[in-house]
Design a protein around this ligand. Structure first.
Ligand SMILES: [Zn+2]
Length: 315
């Protein structure tokens, strides 16, 4: 009787231990889920962020240089704390408008090893694309007629003597567009700092007559003085204030050869020329060289391409 009770007790104790063991395995299993899966997601996020940043930065080099775009992918990936060897593939599309990058890392498990699972592989792909700019802030109150823009040609964007030509919007006009409000102060503000509102393809802008020589001179001098990078059309700092974004337009309201309003069909970027002796008295021209440029703003793949682009993640 007594012996049987002891045996029963032992058996109970035994099954309790089995229960505890099962509970322990379950706990470790559950713990491994929380810890190891959490770690897996964290790594996946980090890898995704690193790849996103890499392809976005690389797009800033397009469409001019696929070589430097490739270098930028590797540099940004490494700067995000990953071994460059984990960048298993990157590719720049033939039209030089898209960068794709794939990364792969092995994540070692901690607790899941108890269950016999040593590690997992995390693999992510990111892609970004440049698209013709369709809406932007910081545009200057000048413009250029719809045309094929050429490299290494100096374009005059605002004249200083009334040329009466259609190129500068006809009699009484000098090439000035109204972005904010009319008047020399508003023109100078937008020329100097870029208009702080958003201008879009399809918008209609009024022209404004008058030379506005003082305002033009101040705006140009302000921007030119800040170029400490010795920028040239083929090699310029992307943050240089000499780079201006302006609307490409079609004329819509023309009376007696004078253009009263224009419709925006796209955007182009120019590197403002250093004016030298073109800034004496009323002689305030704004000249610039056409460049390709990726800027902040919105873009559309099918929009007309005038060399100014927005960048977007597409994967
Ligand atoms: Zn510069």
């Amino acid at each position: 009787m007594f012996g049987l009770g002891k045996k029963l007790f032992k058996e109970h104790k035994g099954s309790a231990m089995i229960m505890v063991s099962i509970a322990m395995v379950s706990l470790i299993g559950f713990g491994s889920l929380v810890l190891d899966i959490g770690n897996l997601f964290l790594t996946r996020n980090r890898l995704n962020n690193a790849l996103d940043a890499s392809v976005l930065a690389a797009c800033q080099e397009l469409p001019d240089s696929t070589t430097s775009a490739g270098e930028v992918v590797k540099e940004y990936f490494a700067n995000h704390g990953f071994d460059v060897g984990a960048l298993t593939n990157y590719h720049i599309s033939e039209d030089k408008k898209k960068v794709t990058a794939t990364g792969q890392v092995t994540v070692q498990y901690f607790l899941a090893r108890v269950l016999g699972i040593e590690s997992a592989t995390v693999k992510c792909t990111a892609a970004a694309q440049i698209m013709p700019l369709t809406a932007a802030r910081g545009v200057v109150p000048l413009g250029i007629q719809d045309q094929e823009l050429l490299y290494d040609v100096k374009y005059t964007l605002k004249v200083a003597s009334n040329s009466n030509t259609a190129e500068f919007l006809g009699p009484g006009n000098f090439g000035v567009l109204v972005l904010d409000s009319t008047g020399a102060d508003s023109f100078e503000d937008s020329l100097t700092y870029g208009y702080d509102g958003v201008i879009k393809v399809g918008d209609t802008l009024n022209t404004e007559s008058g030379n506005k020589s003082g305002a033009a001179r101040d705006g140009v001098n302000y921007r030119v003085a800040q170029c400490t990078h010795a920028c040239t059309p083929s090699n310029h700092d992307p943050s240089c204030p000499r780079i201006i974004i302006l609307p490409v337009y079609e004329t819509v309201d023309v009376q007696n050869n004078k253009v009263f309003s224009v419709k925006i069909v796209g955007f182009a970027a120019f590197l403002m020329d250093i004016p030298g002796d073109k800034m004496v008295g009323n002689e305030c021209y704004v000249d610039g060289y056409f460049i390709n440029m990726v800027v902040e703003g919105e873009g559309e793949e099918d929009a007309k391409d005038y060399g100014a682009y927005a960048v977007k993640l597409i994967v």
